[in-house]
Design a protein around this ligand. Structure first.
Ligand code: NAD
Ligand code: DAU
Length: 357
């Protein structure tokens, strides 16, 4: 195993979102004594209710702010003697990038550049003995696959949506900061995540919440597009593993080797929820509605994560069977959370905890 980096004070960006909040829960419980500063502007996707349970932890601090605010980022890096940045903050939904690409470039490209530049100044000032910048990215930067083959770390970037193009732009800036300045950067690229706190605009939580409410289940195109699903807790541990053991300047693909056609996932969720909700077998499938396809809809993603296994000894621990059943149970047990995020009611939680916005 490579030599381990031991962070003492981590700046997590976008820690109130789906993966960021799961990462903070996981990281804080596995690294007692390591400070975690969560910088999140709280867009529609940022929800502090995702962080209940860690807010009282003395190692944890929340700061509401923009990754594109150079003064704020610089102050946080210095004040908390940050020695690792784990960068999740982004606009993350492909459909929104088609109807409004501008904010994707502003947050994902320009915001990342500000974080990189302030990190470079902080790292070069030498106030911390070691430093890492980890860019959390996506398999979508590689474009789309045919029926066979996998994305490896050497696959050329060929992003197709404004979302994935903005992530690819950020990944190239991360590479540039390593190549040009020697800054110790790391870049992970992961497949589709699922699990708790997933915003119900994305396929799996949208289907669960629409089935519960007996609403139509919109399946894009012919439903035969393929995604490679990984439980968010496995992703969280993978990121921690790369942060501590990954060689700076490198890219690490993360995935669950778990390909599903969209329609098969939707059918599975329908059938599991027939049982859990006491409905007739086949009842939920009647809600499926094929709708117009997403423009530029990538056909298939599949990640070759063998470098993670070979170099860092990481493997997913969840089977999909266990993960999806647990996820459905989580949504059934947390319908108040779903109601809050769909109604925007979760914003009241911020005001109660932190005062007026
Ligand atoms: P999300 O949309 O659930 O959360 C994004 C978070 O970033 C929110 O809390 C939001 O408030 C915050 N944010 C947005 N703009 C900000 C800004 N300017 N300053 C500070 N905070 C800001 O996203 P997610 O699904 O958790 O994805 C997190 C990261 O992981 C993204 O970078 C995404 O590209 C990447 N990723 C996601 C998946 C997936 O399946 N969801 C897979 C691979 C990679
Ligand atoms: O691959 C990693 C990416 O996974 C991340 O980088 C993105 O941030 C994340 O949003 C996700 O992107 P996708 O576009 O794959 O996820 P989404 O849940 O939007 O869609 C999954 C598949 O389901 C996709 O083929 C489109 C389809 N779909 C989606 C929705 C929301 C439908 O058929 N119906 C729907 O209503």
């Amino acid at each position: 195993m490579p030599e381990q980096f031991a962070p003492q004070s981590v700046l997590v960006t976008g820690g109130a979102g789906f993966i960021g909040s799961n990462f903070i829960h996981s990281f804080i419980s596995r690294n007692p004594g390591c400070r975690v500063v969560n910088l999140d502007i709280l867009t529609y996707a940022g929800n502090l209710e995702n962080l209940k349970g860690v807010e009282e932890n003395p190692d944890y601090r929340f700061v509401r702010g923009d990754i594109g605010d150079a003064g704020l980022v610089s102050r946080l890096l210095a004040e908390f003697r940050i020695d690792a940045v784990v960068h999740f903050a982004a606009e993350s939904h492909v459909d929104r990038s088609i109807t409004g690409p501008e904010i994707f470039v502003r947050t994902n490209v320009l915001g990342t550049q500000v974080l990189l530049e302030e990190s470079r100044r902080h790292w070069q000032a030498g106030v911390v003995p070691a430093f890492r910048f980890l860019q959390v990215s996506t398999d979508e930067v590689y474009g789309s696959l045919g029926d066979t083959g996998f994305f490896t770390e050497e696959t050329p970037l060929a992003a197709n949506s404004p979302y994935s193009a903005s992530k690819a732009g950020a990944d190239l800036l991360v590479r540039a900061y390593y190549e040009t300045f020697g800054m110790p950067t790391l870049n992970t690229r992961c497949s589709n995540n699922y699990g708790p706190y997933h915003f119900p605009e994305k396929l799996i939580p949208l289907m669960i919440s629409n089935i519960i409410g007996r609403r139509p289940l919109p399946v894009y195109g012919d439903g035969l597009n393929v995604r490679d699903w990984l439980h968010v807790k496995d992703h969280s541990i993978a990121i921690e593993t790369v942060l501590k053991g990954g060689k700076p300047g490198q890219v690490f693909n993360i995935g669950g080797n778990n390909e599903w056609k969209n329609i098969d996932i939707v059918n599975l969720v329908c059938d599991l929820l027939d049982g859990k909700l006491g409905r007739q077998p086949g009842e939920n499938r009647k809600l499926i509605t094929f709708v117009k396809d997403r423009p530029g809809h990538d056909r298939r993603y599949a990640i070759d994560a063998s470098k993670m296994r070979r170099e860092l000894g990481w493997e997913p621990s969840y089977t999909f069977e266990k993960g999806i059943a647990e996820t459905i149970d989580w949504y059934l047990a947390n319908q108040e959370w779903v109601e809050h995020v769909t109604s925007g009611g979760y914003r009241e939680y911020y005001e109660k905890q932190y005062g007026e916005r």
